[in-house]
Design a protein around this ligand. Structure first.
Ligand SMILES: *[C@@H]1O[C@H](CO)[C@@H](O)[C@H](O)[C@H]1NC(C)=O
Length: 213
């Protein structure tokens, strides 16, 4: 009987160890994939050693007590290149700080899977394409700053579902259409939307029509 318990315990140990290191590795792999996409002339990613099992010791990466990545702080780092879908594997991420770099290409729609994200700061880059509709799934999001990029298309109306959103800044892009007015969008200042090709706030009760979009 006691031997049976031993065998059971052994199974628990054997099964749990690979599971916990697997989850850490998928986050490490995601970060390594990000690094391989980026050009890093100032060597801010030098400590991102892929041979280390635990990426929590890397500079600019912050983990919680369970070794899950919760912050990526790479603002003002002179990095260029584009973002990829693997960032969505950082499922515990709360702060994605990539502002004031030279990041180009599109914003991966997969970032909409980051359910724990509180702050997404991608401002002051060279991002193009649309603001992904998938951002409407970022239920924890409080701060969304995408200003000073080259984003096009309209502001997804689905973003009005984000009940925790406190600050949005999409100014200084090339957005078109109208500014949603539902939900928290009713209280965001006009400066959040300035210097685009937007046609002003949409009229309540009217079917939105995206002039010039
Ligand atoms: C940023 O990187 C470029 C090379 O891509 C370099 O010429 C420039 O000096 C760097 N800027 C800063 C502020 O380090």
């Amino acid at each position: 009987m006691s031997c049976l318990i031993c065998v059971c315990l052994l199974f628990v140990v054997l099964l749990q160890c690979p599971i916990s290191s697997l989850s850490t590795n998928s986050e490490g792999n995601a970060l390594h994939a990000l690094r391989s996409r980026l050009s890093d002339p100032n060597n801010v990613l030098q400590s991102w050693d892929p041979t280390l099992v635990n990426s929590c010791t890397w500079f600019h990466v912050t983990c919680d007590s369970n070794n899950h990545v919760i912050r990526l702080d790479l603002g003002n780092s002179n990095i260029s290149g584009s973002l990829g879908p693997e960032l969505a594997q950082l499922t515990h991420l709360q702060y994605l700080e990539l502002y004031s770099n030279n990041i180009n290409g599109k914003i991966p729609e997969e970032l909409g899977n980051l359910k724990n994200l509180i702050s997404m700061d991608l401002y002051d880059n060279k991002l193009e394409g649309n603001i992904p509709n998938s951002f409407a799934n970022l239920n924890s999001l409080k701060f969304l700053r995408l200003n000073n990029n080259k984003l096009t298309g309209s502001i997804p109306r689905e973003l009005t579902r984000l009940q925790n959103l406190k600050i949005i800044d999409v100014s200084n892009n090339d957005l078109c259409g109208t500014i949603p007015v539902d939900g928290n969008f009713g209280s965001f200042p006009p400066e959040s939307f300035e210097n685009n090709r937007l046609n002003g706030p949409e009229l309540k009760g009217l079917v939105p029509y995206d002039f010039g979009c």
